[in-house]
Design a protein around this ligand. Structure first.
Ligand SMILES: NC(=O)c1ccc[n+]([C@@H]2O[C@H](COP(=O)([O-])OP(=O)(O)OC[C@H]3O[C@@H](n4cnc5c(N)ncnc54)[C@H](O)[C@@H]3O)[C@@H](O)[C@H]2O)c1
Length: 373
């Protein structure tokens, strides 16, 4: 039930692709009174500050987060830099929106979660796909028992290799920038959310790193989880599809089999194709990234956050962001992933990587000391 009207003083740390989208939407949201931005890249940050008419800009996240106007913070830095600003903002009692993954080290992720729980913070994580109608209707049908008891779930995520190439070029700390930790986490989150209540008890996975080893990451990881009620969940991702693949970013298939029915989701975007002589750039294009080859065929809508029309972003990222602003401003109940769910997702993606590295079945829940070793 909608109850409160809390004016939001918003800090956004990280003004890249995703920080920009959330900042532009913030400027349009009536419940936000003050916007402050931070980026270590002054040029990117100042440009966004100008475009969204921010009230404050700094290159030092501490200076921003400690401002008296701030009561809500978005952490939109790249993957390896989420933890420190999150812990600072949690300690100050801010509502939090953190981009996935919660952190890129298991222990760091646990520390972040502990700080959030200790301070009783409402912290959500950017699993944007939960805001799509096709997945919301699926969830509703499952929770109301329309296919009986779910016994088997199968997922296939295919990604254009432009995404890992653009992602890993930001850092030399690539050991945890694997297909599962960075991107498979989206489809894993979706399946875990759809199977809410079931707990994974083991996973066996295999990986290959032929095409992308030169970039310090793997091509593909396929695994099978067994849940506490015997349900089997097959989670497969390849993010090594060639640059010329028409899917600019993400294509997904999910099949859910129950005792009385099935839900089969085709989310590959093959139903919306553009072919053109005019070269198409990258679907996901952080500052400074130019793909090696041109693409001429494009599965439209395959960039998961959404698409630009008339200078504005439309699609799930818009709903996800605005619903988070409403969650703080009015107390609206929303389907955002919690920090606890995001931590669990990180550990499950890492368990797949561990199983593949050891070539053995890994029992869950995973002991973090074991993972560290
Ligand atoms: N929800 C989605 O669908 C989705 C899509 C793409 C990316 N993401 C996630 O969003 C996050 C950001 O990705 P992006 O595409 O915007 O990357 P990006 O490289 O475009 O932007 C990241 C920005 O953070 C800045 N930054 C890094 N460390 C900083 C620090 N300590 N203080 C201040 N600024 C800092 C960088 O200078 C850069 O401008 C990542 O975690 C990524 O996985 C989510």
């Amino acid at each position: 039930m909608v109850q409160k009207k809390k004016e939001i003083g918003l800090a956004i740390v990280g003004c890249g692709v995703i920080g920009r989208i959330r900042a532009m939407l913030a400027r349009e949201y009536p419940g936000i009174g003050w916007i402050g931005l931070c980026d270590i890249d002054e040029k990117i940050g100042k440009k966004l500050a100008e475009d969204c008419q921010a009230d404050f800009f700094t290159t030092n996240y501490e200076e921003l987060i400690k401002r008296p106007e701030v009561n809500a913070t978005i952490i939109a830095t790249d993957e390896n830099h989420h933890a420190a600003p999150t812990i600072l903002a949690a300690g100050l009692g801010h509502d939090l929106f953190i981009e996935k993954p919660l952190a890129t080290e298991a222990e760091e992720s646990l520390n972040v979660l502990r700080e959030i729980e200790k301070n009783k913070i409402d912290a959500v994580v950017g699993y944007t796909q939960r805001f799509r109608r096709r997945f919301l209707v699926t969830k509703e049908r499952l929770v109301t028992g329309q296919i009986g008891h779910v016994t088997s779930v199968v997922t296939r995520a295919f990604m254009n290799r432009m995404v890992p190439i653009a992602t890993v070029r930001r850092t030399n700390q690539r050991h945890n920038l694997t297909p599962m930790v960075v991107s498979g986490t989206h489809s894993l989150d979706m399946c875990m959310w759809l199977m809410e209540g079931k707990k994974p008890v083991s996973v066996y996975a295999q990986s290959i790193d032929t095409a992308l080893s030169q970039y310090g990451t793997k091509d593909s990881t396929f695994g099978i989880f067994t849940m506490d009620d015997g349900t089997i969940f097959s989670m497969n991702i390849s993010w090594a599809l060639p640059v010329v693949w028409p899917g600019a970013v993400y294509g997904l298939e999910i099949g859910i089999v129950g005792t009385q029915g099935v839900i089969d989701i085709e989310d590959t975007h093959r139903d919306h194709v553009m072919a053109t002589e005019i070269p198409q750039g990258a679907g996901y294009a952080p500052e400074g990234f130019k793909p090696e080859y041109n693409r001429h065929v494009d599965f439209l809508t395959s960039y998961p956050p959404g698409d630009i029309y008339d200078g504005q972003m439309w699609g799930p990222v818009r709903e996800e962001t605005n619903e988070w602003y409403a969650r703080i401003h009015t107390g609206l109940k929303t389907p955002h992933a919690t920090a606890a769910e995001a931590h669990s997702n990180l550990i499950l993606t890492m368990a797949m990587d561990l199983s593949a590295a050891r070539n053995e079945l890994v029992k869950l829940p995973l002991d973090l000391a074991e993972l560290k070793r």
